[in-house]
Design a protein. Structure first.
Length: 235
């Protein structure tokens, strides 16, 4: 198995950036999910579950401070006022380092009702405790991989092949569990239309799971072409 794609998403729920090589720290790819847009009226960190327009913006990591955020035309939204005007609600860019964020998710996919809330683990705005995600090319099939926002795409037939992974490039990982999917995978983004059938198919055929989440056992780096190794899991 080897790495064929690497993605970093500096701002939660915004489009990300494709990398050839990534530094990996204790909390995942450096800069990944390190910022979010908080709704000033509710105190919640927005995701594309609640605000689909986020996926038409994109974040680029800046190691020395605030990420660069652009719209689908490449125009920069340089401050909170510009972001608030674009989204039609008062928002502020916040760093995950400043403390956990609270997110929400609709349990009813068809009409997007029955919203629940949960809090991030801190230091990053990842969902849950996994801080890096891997997905098999075979699991993606013909779907656009941007729908699933995995950090590392691995050239292998099935996500089952990833359950025993211990090393990606020079980075040691601990696989936690397959990732449960939500309405995010149905959202439109540049070049991708809204499609509820994506989630319904994952629910019906894969028990609502696609990709696997992991934590970092020992930081290192990951590059396209790197080997992905570990002991296979025997069912």
């Amino acid at each position: 198995m080897q790495v064929v794609d690497i993605w970093r998403y500096p701002v939660k729920s915004l489009g990300g950036e494709q990398l050839h090589v990534a530094a990996v720290g204790p909390d995942g790819i450096v800069g990944d999910r390190s910022w979010g847009l908080r709704d000033r009226s509710t105190g919640l960190v927005l995701t594309a579950r609640r605000e689909p327009a986020l996926l038409f913006l994109s974040g680029q990591y800046r190691p020395d401070g605030r990420p660069r955020i652009t719209d689908e035309h490449g125009d920069e939204l340089a401050d909170d006022q510009a972001l608030s005007e674009r989204l039609g609600r008062p928002v502020e860019l916040v760093a995950a380092d400043d403390g956990p964020g609270t997110f929400e998710n609709p349990m009813n996919v068809d009409d997007e009702t029955d919203w629940i809330q949960w809090q991030s683990a801190g230091r990053t705005f990842h969902d849950g405790r996994s801080t890096i995600s891997l997905v098999a090319t075979g699991a993606l099939g013909e779907w656009d991989r941007r729908r699933f926002r995995a950090n590392v795409v691995v050239d292998t037939a099935s996500d089952d092949d990833l359950l025993g992974v211990e090393q990606v490039g020079s980075t040691l990982v601990t696989i936690r569990k397959p990732i449960d999917r939500c309405v995010m995978v149905t959202r439109a983004q540049p070049g991708i239309g809204r499609d509820l059938q994506v989630l319904k198919q994952i629910i019906a055929e894969r028990e609502n799971r696609l990709a696997v989440g992991a934590t970092i056992a020992a930081p290192g780096s990951i590059a396209v072409g790197d080997a992905v190794t570990g002991d296979p899991v025997v069912a």
